[in-house]
Design a protein around this ligand. Structure first.
Ligand SMILES: [Zn+2]
Ligand SMILES: [Zn+2]
Length: 114
């Protein structure tokens, strides 16, 4: 049996294994960086993600692709990352602040509370 045949025969199991392995890596990495959202202390892993503290996330993400967790483990958990939930991450990325911490006041381009 070629490896391709093997793959198609066991595709379901292989994909499931991959998923399990991915989740495991994710849990390990999230645990290492605190296991909860740096901003709002969210602890549900389904909502959490790894964030680059000093930006540069997009560039780095392009480099390591979707395998950031694997990259972090391989590189021995380098500093410069933190855990953020998707709400806080999105808000910080989109507005530059998170309303959990406070909405910046003053200035023309400060967001208006509607
Ligand atoms: Zn949060
Ligand atoms: Zn927040």
């Amino acid at each position: 049996m070629t490896s391709k045949e093997y793959y198609w025969k066991n595709r379901k199991k292989l994909l499931a294994d991959q998923k399990t392995a991915r989740r495991k890596r994710r849990t390990i990495v999230l645990d290492f960086y605190g296991g909860k959202c740096y901003c709002c202390s969210e602890i549900l892993y389904e909502f959490l993600g790894i964030d680059h503290i000093n930006g540069g996330g997009t560039k780095h993400r392009k480099l390591v692709g979707a395998n950031l967790d694997r990259w972090i483990i391989r590189n021995n958990f380098p500093p410069g990352f933190r855990v953020l939930c998707h709400n806080c991450n999105l808000s910080l990325g989109m507005y530059g602040y998170c309303p959990h911490i406070g909405i910046p006041q003053g200035g023309d381009d400060s967001p208006k509370v509607v």
